[in-house]
Design a protein around this ligand. Structure first.
Ligand SMILES: *Cc1c(COP(=O)(O)O)cnc(C)c1O
Length: 367
């Protein structure tokens, strides 16, 4: 089912980058048009830091997170190999993405999520797309252990980021950044959960350098929440805790790969309290104009902290990946730093009163 040659519609990451992915004529392309997301110049963050700051807004993917880039590859390859059921463990976004791509492929998604620990927006996506959804009485790491065991013992196909097809699909985000900037940035900042995305960007940039499309390899900076920071602390965290549910992971699947990417890129790992994450979340929505889920804002906290530490030279180019959309987990936007909720002011149907409340009363046009 090819598109008319006059179509200018983005074709999804597999068709756009077919020559740089492990696909062939035999691969049935399962796509929802993922990728091609905007790289947004963040003028207010540039002004704060003196760097040229860009936001790669992955919330613009079909299911609202970067997971779609990897899922189009993982589900296409699964179908190529005859899979009828894909399985994953998820903090939310992987399940939403697996459910949508399995639906597109006409197969079943079975998803394991930690009970009570995933955002309602993500849970509703998995349910809407008809996934076989099970809430496990454990955390994400327990869910991943079980998913791996099911994959080993039963005819199901694992689509977590331990599946290399996921990382391969996700590396295309680096290709897109290079296309827009004309070179790699000096720094690339991402949240760290399983560390698959950190690994994927590094791989994408490495490939760009190898084929001569860029002159440098960005320093890869990754950030975790303090209550869920195994990579920063250097040991598994048994009961990870953070409001940033997408990165509430105590034993990252791509830990070793991330350490290698860190070493190769002269990278950096840091961590922030939930309060700092929410502060960054607010800056992103109220000063930049990008609405993200909490985990997705941590790169902004990283930018400000590293800049204050004098580690981001003025004039350098910085890309921050904002991994998921704010509509997935909107409760944090209406919550004030003191914990109270913002309640919109209720007004009568009265133009003069509303003009007064908007501070417009003295500026009425004469004429
Ligand atoms: C999955 C996810 C992450 C973490 O990505 P990893 O590849 O697991 O490190 C961060 N933010 C969001 C919104 C996610 O969905």
């Amino acid at each position: 089912m090819s598109q008319p040659s006059t179509s200018r519609q983005w074709r999804g990451v597999i068709r756009e980058y077919a020559d740089r992915l492990d696909v062939s004529e035999a691969t049935p392309v399962v796509t929802l048009g993922e990728g091609g997301t905007p790289l947004i110049d963040a003028a207010t963050l540039s002004a704060r830091t003196g760097a040229n700051v860009w936001i790669k807004f992955e919330g613009m993917n079909p299911t609202g997170s970067f997971k779609d880039r990897g899922m189009t590859m993982a589900v296409s390859k699964a179908v190529e190999h005859g899979a009828k059921v894909v399985i994953c463990a998820s903090t939310g976004n992987t399940s939403a993405s697996a459910a949508a791509y399995a639906t597109k492929a006409g197969i079943t998604a079975a998803v394991l999520v930690p009970q009570g620990k995933i955002a309602l927006g993500k849970l509703s996506q998995a349910i809407a797309h008809n996934a076989q959804l099970l809430q496990v009485e454990g955390n994400f790491d327990d869910c991943l252990d079980i998913a791996r065991e099911l994959d080993a013992r039963y005819p199901v196909h694992l689509v977590n980021s331990v599946n290399n097809d996921r990382i391969e699909g996700q590396k295309t985000a680096a290709f897109e950044v290079v296309e827009v900037l004309g070179d790699a940035p000096d720094f690339h900042l991402v949240p760290l959960g399983n560390a698959g995305n950190y690994t994927a960007y590094h791989r994408g940039y490495r490939e760009e350098l190898a084929r001569g499309a860029t002159t440098r390899l960005p320093r890869m900076f990754g950030f975790q929440a303090e209550g869920s920071a195994p990579i920063v602390r250097g040991h598994v965290v048994k009961d990870p805790e953070t409001i940033a549910s997408a990165i509430r992971i105590g034993n990252p699947a791509s830990w070793k790969l991330a350490l290698a990417a860190h070493e190769d890129s002269n990278g950096y790992f840091g961590m922030f309290s939930d309060a700092r994450i929410l502060e960054a979340h607010r800056i992103l929505s109220a000063e930049v104009g990008v609405f993200a889920e909490p985990a997705s804002a941590i790169g902004v906290a990283g930018l400000l902290e590293r800049s204050d530490a004098g580690e981001i030279p003025k004039g350098s180019t910085v890309v921050i990946t904002v991994t998921g959309h704010g509509l997935k987990d909107p409760q944090w936007a209406v919550r004030q730093p003191d914990g109270s909720e913002v309640a919109p002011t209720v007004v009568p149907v009265d133009t003069d009163e509303i003009a007064g409340l908007l501070g417009l009363a003295a500026q009425e046009k004469r004429g």
